[in-house]
Write a new protein. Sequence first.
Lengths: 156, 171
Amino acid sequence: MRIAYTLAKSAFIFATIAVFAIVHAAGQASSIPTTRLIQPEELVKLLKTSGKDAPLMIQVGSHVLFAQAHIPGSEYIGPASGDSGVQQLQKRVQSLPRTKFIVLYCGCCPWGHCPNVKPADDALHALGFNNVKVLYIADNFGTNWVDKGYPVAKGE
Amino acid sequence: MVLAAGAILLGAVVALSLRQRYAPAASISPSASHLPAPDFNLSQLDGPTLRLSSYRDKIVLLDFWATWCAPCREETPNLVNLQKEYGDRGLQIIGVSMDDSAEPVHAFYRQFHMNYPVVMGNAKTGELYGGVLGLPIAFLIDRNGRIYKKHVGATDPAVFEKEINLLLGTR
């Protein structure tokens, strides 16, 4: 009886830990497969050479941050951690071919804490887009893009 | 044995979580140190405007944050405790919300029982402080209105305490 109780208690602890770990990782950027990431230096090179084949770049973070600095040519959609941001994103891409090259980025927070890029990536994949990359920003947009001297635009 | 394994796993998860939470503490930038803190006049939540320079003679912890920022959410209870602990001795924390609207900030303020003023920041405020392009970012300002330290990312409360105590000991 005592053994059964101990086993049940252990199973409960494991289940709690597992649920905690899954919930913790579910909405986070760190759960995006590395094959779907693009590094800042790669994107900079790509933007220099791609010309008219440049990807559609979408910022899915805060407008206050976008207004201070963003990648030239990128579009502001809104924080994809909220329903309205995801809806805006879906609306923006609905008429595009599913092969369209799209780059998502945010840079609000350290990568493991960004609440925006994962829901945005999930939304595009759910719509069938198969050429989506997420810009890997380790710390924040200031440190990993602006401070590196990469191209920046300001304003709306 | 099963329980021991569970405890080890739980310990690893907690350790990883703490490491992530305070990982950016090493990114304290000395570059902004000792420059005068740029003044601003911004609306408080449901209150009058707040002018930063009116807090001269106080030690000010100016915290740029947002409701959707996970490290900010984790850090807020620490800031509430710091204000409680050091408020009578001359510390004033001021939150600058970088949310796009005040609506979620009101709810957050109540939920976290925030005990310090919060103003709504904007792109101009961010630019005044050299670009707030990642959150949270905190500036510790001395009694003369000069920036003593800039902290990028969530900061261990013990680090804040050490610096606050240092500044409290100087006039």
